[in-house]
Write a protein that binds this ligand. Structure first.
Ligand code: ATP
Length: 323
């Protein structure tokens, strides 16, 4: 490879910029050229690209979001769209791609590779931590810290008013954000899609805490939880317990923003370099990830299809501490 194209695709995540910076600087280090592709796969289709060098990625390691911008490209899902993308890739002499995104972005790159043989390596960038082949995705740690900062503030007001706060957090179909922030913010109960919860059990937990002298509680609800959503849950608990002063907060997109934590910056820096080194070694259709603090490559099919299991020890920790 001589010239690597890099793009960020799908949902944005804090630390994507740090990954981009690492890719560009690793390219320079190994005497390769790097090209930034704007708006994910849209930039390939529209030939919206920019030459990058070590200085063009200055002052971005600390910025959330992605300076390359990201998009969900409907056109890239069509063979015609991908043909256009391939033509522009060739016109720009790009030999290989680094795709920073989630499983949808990897699926797109995989199909593109099957059709045109373009080598690529994926870097997991999503706050949800729902990608197999890495212990942590880029942006996850920052999102966790954003959530606990917000829940700490809600705790202040919950305590002052003796209220029960239901807080919905992101995570798509995965409960990693909910479980970890629930433990870290001292939640009375945590509802995640991986566990079969019930309104009955939730009520019992709240009743137990009330009996033990607790006057206010935090309940963390994963957005992917299967009991009808945070408002429905709050409504059902309120019906059983009209005496509770219940409030609902949906944290929403603030969880996707902000300056990346040290953990995410280091992770992104390592994976950005690993992706470039992998392409130099002739690797393709792999995702660079971190497992037990070592950089590892996982076949992209596995990264897309398999799922990280929720740690049952963490569920136990949450249950013991909610006594
Ligand atoms: P996140 O998990 O944060 O949403 P993601 O990478 O999974 O990130 P998606 O919107 O699912 O986000 O995918 C990003 C882009 O990848 C899509 O907009 C589309 O352009 C491309 N893509 C996804 N699936 C396919 C597919 N089956 N064929 C071709 N391209 C695809």
């Amino acid at each position: 490879v001589k010239r690597i194209g890099v793009l960020t695709s799908g949902g944005d995540a804090p630390g994507m910029n740090a990954a981009l910076r690492a890719v560009v600087r690793a390219c320079k280090y190994y005497d390769l050229q790097s090209v930034g592709i704007r708006q994910g796969y849209e930039g390939l289709i529209n030939s919206d690209m920019i030459e990058l060098g070590p200085r063009s990625v200055k002052n971005i390691i600390n910025q959330g979001g992605t300076v390359l911008k990201t998009a969900r490209s409907a056109e890239f899902r069509t063979p015609e769209g991908r043909l256009k993308a391939y033509k522009h890739l060739k016109d720009n002499n790009i030999d290989a791609l680094v795709v920073i995104g989630g499983d949808g972005s990897f699926t797109g790159a995989n199909i593109f590779h099957k059709e045109f043989g373009v080598p690529f390596i994926g870097i997991p960038g999503t706050i949800d931590n729902d990608i197999f082949g890495t212990d942590f995705t880029i942006g996850y740690d920052t999102a966790l810290n954003t959530v606990i900062e917000a829940v700490d503030k809600l705790r202040d007001t919950a305590t002052s008013h003796d209220r029960v706060f239901f807080v919905e957090v992101m995570g798509r179909d995965a409960g990693f954000i909910a479980l970890n922030t629930g433990i870290a913010s001292g939640a009375q109960d945590i509802l995640i899609p991986e566990q079969r919860d019930s309104v009955q059990e939730l009520c019992e937990s709240l009743e137990r805490s009330e009996k033990s002298g607790k006057k206010s509680s935090i309940v963390i609800v994963a957005e992917g939880e299967k009991l009808g959503g945070v408002y429905e849950l709050a409504k059902q608990v309120q019906q059983k317990h009209p005496e509770y002063d219940i409030r609902v907060t949906v944290l929403g997109h603030i969880q996707r923003g902000g300056s990346p934590t040290c953990h995410d910056r280091v992770l992104a820096s390592r994976l950005g370099i690993a992706a470039v080194e992998g392409l130099i070694e002739g690797k393709t259709n792999l995702m660079a990830g971190i497992r037990s603090n070592k950089v590892v490559f996982t076949p992209i099919d596995e990264a897309i299809k398999k799922h990280n299991e929720i740690d049952t020890e963490l569920i136990k920790v949450a249950n013991i501490l909610a006594i």
